[in-house]
Design a protein around this ligand. Structure first.
Ligand code: AMP
Ligand code: FE
Ligand code: FE
Ligand code: ZN
Length: 283
């Protein structure tokens, strides 16, 4: 069985629509997938409809940005995508992202890298993020690639960067649990912390309701994945895997990238679905 539990679409910063992502997953032989857009659940319905036609089971998912300056991402799975509190939260995050993007555009204009908020909005189509700002910078000829835009302007310490408002892991985990889902720590290696610190954080967040760790992700080299797998087993946390697909020509690879090492897909997906079903009953 093939599964990919971390995919992005045009509802946030991916290049393909939810329908296109789902059809691509089906075409590549995946039978389970999760559309996990940043701070956004708008694409789930279309992905599920397409999945029903194409023979892919689509698990409702979301990737919530936590930690302000620090890239701490919490994945939610198996929640009710029409949960009013979750929808309100996402709407508020989307609004905040517009204000933040406006600040980044102003900062860039101030150093002569002129782009317009309107153009970034057009390029986004959904929830706005730095990749859309990067694409606008490239289109305007200020940089040659999205990666160059990030490196020169859009990462902490660079002149175009503006942090997101801080959302705590506790808040994200509770939001997902209250919507009937389970919370999983996305790509732990991307937090750029030592193994010791990751261990301590995961332990702390588990006490706050964190239910799993994304062990299989392109950012985890084999030794990292081994460390994360041991940590998950020791803490009795769910194990998940995802490619973090954003579309062709982005910083990530294709659907399924980095997941050939994930040998316990069937058991891990079953455990995730079971945990989500149990979370749902608690409401
Ligand atoms: P934001 O949510 O607006 O802070 O943007 C973060 C997103 O930018 C991440 O989820 C990635 O998809 C993307 N990203 C991060 N670094 C890069 C990079 N070097 N090149 C392209 N995209 C990136
Ligand atoms: Fe992204
Ligand atoms: Fe992420
Ligand atoms: Zn992601």
């Amino acid at each position: 069985m093939k599964a990919d539990l971390h995919l992005h679409s045009t509802a946030s910063d991916g290049m393909l629509s939810p329908r296109e992502v789902t059809l691509r997953a089906a075409g590549l032989g995946f039978s389970v997938m999760a559309l996990s857009d940043h701070d956004c659940v708008d694409g789930i319905c279309a992905a599920q409809e397409t999945g029903a036609e194409a023979g892919v089971h689509v698990i409702p998912a979301v990737e919530l940005s936590c930690g302000g300056d620090r890239e701490i991402h919490i994945l939610g799975y198996g929640f009710d995508p029409s949960d009013a509190v979750l929808l309100d939260f996402c709407a508020e995050r989307a609004r905040a992202r517009i204000g933040r993007t406006e600040k980044m555009v102003q900062r860039l204009c101030a150093i002569g890298k002129e782009i317009s908020l309107e153009r970034v909005r057009e390029l986004s189509g959904g929830v706005m993020g730095r990749p859309h700002v990067a694409r606008a910078l490239m289109e305007a000829g200020h940089v040659r690639s999205v990666n160059e835009a990030f490196e020169r302007f859009l990462i902490p310490g660079k002149p175009g960067y503006e942090p997101k408002e801080d959302v705590s892991v506790r808040e994200a985990v509770e939001l997902i649990a209250n919507a009937g889902g389970v919370a999983v720590l996305a790509h732990p290696m991307e937090m750029r912390r030592s193994e010791m610190v990751i261990e301590a954080l995961v332990h702390e967040w588990k006490a706050q309701g964190l239910a799993g760790v994304e062990v299989w992700h392109p950012s985890a080299q084999n030794n990292h994945a081994r460390f994360l797998l041991n940590l998950a087993r020791r803490e009795e946390l769910l194990v998940t895997g995802g490619s973090d697909f954003h579309g062709k020509g982005t910083h990530r690879g294709d659907i399924g990238e980095g997941l050939d090492r994930w040998t316990t897909v069937e058991d891990d997906v079953a455990a995730l679905m079971h945990a989500a079903a149990c979370a749902g009953y608690r409401r």
